[in-house]
Ligand binder design. Structure first.
Ligand code: ZN
Length: 84
């Protein structure tokens, strides 16, 4: 009777090593993201991806832009003093 080796499922938690295997889905070059203040920041475009329940959410629509930087997304800017 041989003992049956059960498959070992290793659950990885968020760590400093994790961002190295993650890439920004918004950039064609798929640059890696770095862990900053519990968020994953893209080294290319600067988008910040949140980490929920220890799981990095690599969704472009959920990404945030750092303050002072706006991306190409349509912003609700109105009231630009247009002068003729
Ligand atoms: Zn990016």
């Amino acid at each position: 009777m041989n003992p049956v080796a059960l498959p070992c499922i290793v659950v990885r938690v968020i760590s400093a090593d994790l961002p190295e295997i993650l890439a920004c889905p918004a950039c064609d070059a798929r640059p890696k993201v770095v862990l900053e203040n519990d968020r994953l920041t893209c080294t290319e475009c600067g988008r910040r991806y949140p980490i929920r329940n220890g799981i990095p959410v690599m969704l472009v629509e959920d990404a945030e832009w750092p303050q002072g930087k706006q991306g190409p997304q349509p912003a609700h800017d109105q009231g630009q003093g247009g002068s003729k």
